[in-house]
Write a protein that binds this ligand. Structure first.
Ligand code: HEC
Ligand code: HEC
Ligand code: HEC
Ligand code: HEC
Ligand code: HEC
Ligand code: HEC
Ligand code: HEC
Length: 375
């Protein structure tokens, strides 16, 4: 049991009528396990070496293969963005940047008109918009220019706008300290860290199943031996606060944002923080959990209408809802204005400064024309 889960579990038991939840869970687990184990045993996997998560969880694995989180980091040669944009250039002040891709190899060049520096691109961060982490003389740098999906072009990397380079190396990128490097790879890759040691040569780029399903090694060993002794933790049973903290490991928790004093429009990227600030949020109510609106194995759904039922589970306007729990009233007020496409008015789209992208404000509210961004 991971320390995180142990803590979450303890605090949940404290917050809830413990015995019922625990008994119900054990009963459920047993019923599930016995029926599904029987299914798994009838469909025995072939050679042990070929067994992967997909052998038994085909549906989840197939949909997750296309989710952006799977591709949060890529190696060269597996980068559709650079393959379809084989030559990108931009002029920034006195420097010219060129990102060139040929035969699956990409290079990043910066030139001041007299001298130039070319480095191979080894780490592509981001599936749509991309930032490249470059290596020079044993140090890692965040490229000073990034690729932006919306503009299909290069521009200054978000957060680096204040830097005025004095030489080619400074123009090439911002030198990352060891702590930053660890954080970068830990959020965008799997098995990046061994304690505090970065494992650049053996990490798996992107978020693999075990990045979230921590401790599935025993489950895999069981699968190979066709003898299930334990099952991975059920992440589905997290309440709204536990889910916000779990996803917040990378999307940033409420605590992290407050502790760092991140203010202003940039905090629209931190969905757990924004969501927890809205009047709709109650920590022990699953109807306002990240998992109610998002399947982490799928790309985000852009159809406003699919979220209506999630809002109406609480905003039934007096009608007791089927999924209502004792934790929150099923009868939060109904909207006096509209009956559908709730998020189009109450979850505002906000342009991220310097990000060349729009984010969705998870602080659900009545948006008033001309009001300043509430943080
Ligand atoms: C040989 C088949 C097999 C393989 C391989 C396998 N699993 Fe499972 N897994 C099962 C069975 C059977 C269950 C229990 C029944 C269920 O709930 O689906 C299960 C349960 C789970 C659960 C809990 C689901 C729940 O009910 O909440 C997770 C998470 C999970 N597996 C993830 C993985 C991951 C990640 C991998 C790869 C590292 C993997 N599994 C490999 C058969 C397998
Ligand atoms: C605490 C976890 C965390 C750290 C550390 C982190 N990222 Fe991210 N990164 C995220 C999350 C979550 C997203 C998706 C939401 C967003 O854009 O903020 C993201 C998005 C991105 C994107 C945009 C992807 C897209 O498709 O638009 C890029 C590029 C990126 N990160 C690069 C980096 C680089 C380079 C570093 C290190 C210098 C880094 N990140 C550090 C969590 C992290
Ligand atoms: C280990 C770090 C990590 C964790 C944990 C994590 N995410 Fe992410 N997430 C990312 C990164 C990095 C990206 C940006 C991927 C990209 O575009 O390159 C991302 C992107 C996303 C997106 C945008 C997908 C799209 O189609 O644009 C959604 C939605 C999302 N995450 C939801 C979740 C939810 C829900 C959870 C909790 C169950 C979660 N994430 C947990 C790192 C993480
Ligand atoms: C970003 C984190 C994240 C990643 C990566 C991830 N999962 Fe999950 N998974 C979750 C969460 C959270 C749940 C519980 C919520 C839910 O069921 O929607 C879950 C539920 C499951 C379940 C329970 C059955 C179900 O559909 O609810 C299975 C099985 C599973 N995951 C397998 C996998 C496999 C296999 C992979 C890799 C192909 C994977 N997961 C990658 C977070 C993740
Ligand atoms: C009540 C529903 C709801 C809940 C709860 C919710 N989201 Fe979202 N989320 C949305 C909607 C709607 C979008 C925008 C979809 C689109 O692109 O049109 C979105 C978009 C996102 C994106 C893509 C980037 C962006 O800002 O547009 C990420 C990442 C994300 N959510 C993460 C989370 C995380 C993490 C949680 C839990 C703290 C969470 N969401 C809870 C409804 C929800
Ligand atoms: C877990 C239950 C729950 C869910 C799910 C939920 N809300 Fe709420 N919401 C509340 C509660 C409780 C309040 C505060 C009391 C009230 O106004 O009835 C509230 C308040 C509001 C307000 C008024 C806020 C203000 O600034 O005065 C709006 C608007 C709103 N919700 C819209 C939504 C929308 C849109 C969704 C779906 C994206 C949603 N809610 C999902 C429970 C919920
Ligand atoms: C066309 C934009 C629009 C859409 C779509 C919309 N709303 Fe509203 N909503 C508003 C406005 C504007 C107000 C403020 C009305 C006022 O103060 O007179 C409001 C008010 C509310 C309130 C506060 C009610 C109160 O008495 O305090 C809630 C809750 C709410 N909406 C929920 C929802 C839900 C749930 C949906 C989807 C079923 C939804 N809204 C769809 C614009 C919209």
């Amino acid at each position: 049991m991971s320390a995180w889960f142990a803590l979450a579990w303890q605090s949940r038991l404290k917050r809830r009528s413990a015995s019922f939840a625990a008994v119900a869970l054990v009963v459920l687990l047993c019923v599930f396990a016995s029926t599904r184990l029987a299914q798994a045993q009838t469909a025995k996997p072939g050679a042990a070496a070929a067994v992967t998560c997909a052998t038994c969880h085909a549906g989840v694995s197939a949909s997750y293969a296309h989710a952006p989180m799977r591709h949060a980091l890529e190696n060269p040669g597996a980068n559709p963005v650079l393959d379809t944009h084989p030559k990108l250039t931009v002029q920034m002040g006195a420097y010219t940047y060129t990102v060139q891709t040929k035969d699956g190899q990409s290079t990043y060049t910066v030139s001041d008109g007299t001298d130039s520096m070319t480095l191979p691109i080894r780490w592509d961060f981001g599936q749509q918009s991309q930032t490249w982490v470059l290596e020079k003389d044993g140090n890692l740098y965040e490229g000073l220019v990034s690729y932006f999906h919306r503009d299909q072009a290069l521009a200054t990397t978000p957060g680096d706008g204040r830097i005025t380079p004095h030489n080619l190396t400074e123009a090439m990128g911002r030198k990352l300290n060891a702590w930053e490097v660890n954080q970068c790879f830990n959020c965008h890759a799997t098995n990046a860290l061994d304690g505090v040691r970065l494992k650049l040569n053996t990490l798996t780029p992107g978020l693999d199943c075990e990045r979230c399903h921590v401790g599935v090694e025993q489950h895999m060993a069981d699968a190979i031996h066709d003898n299930f002794t334990t099952l991975p933790k059920k992440l589905k049973t997290m309440d709204a606060e536990d889910a916000a903290n779990f996803c917040g490991q990378c999307h940033r928790t409420w605590d992290t944002v407050v502790r760092n004093g991140w203010k202003g429009v940039v905090d629209v990227r931190f969905q757990p923080y924004r969501l927890e600030n809205s009047k709709c949020f109650t920590g022990n109510d699953r109807r306002i959990s990240c998992l109610t609106c998002h399947d982490p194995h799928q790309p985000v759904n852009h159809n406003d209408a699919v979220y209506d039922s999630k809002c109406l589970a609480c905003h039934g306007g007096g009608k007791a809802s089927k999924v209502a729990t004792a934790a929150a009233p099923p009868t939060a007020k109904a909207c006096p204005v509209a009956k559908a496409n709730c998020v189009s008015c109450h979850m505002q789209k906000v342009e991220l400064p310097g990000g060349h992208a729009v984010f969705t404000d998870h602080m659900i509210r009545i948006v008033k024309a001309g009001e300043p961004y509430p943080d």
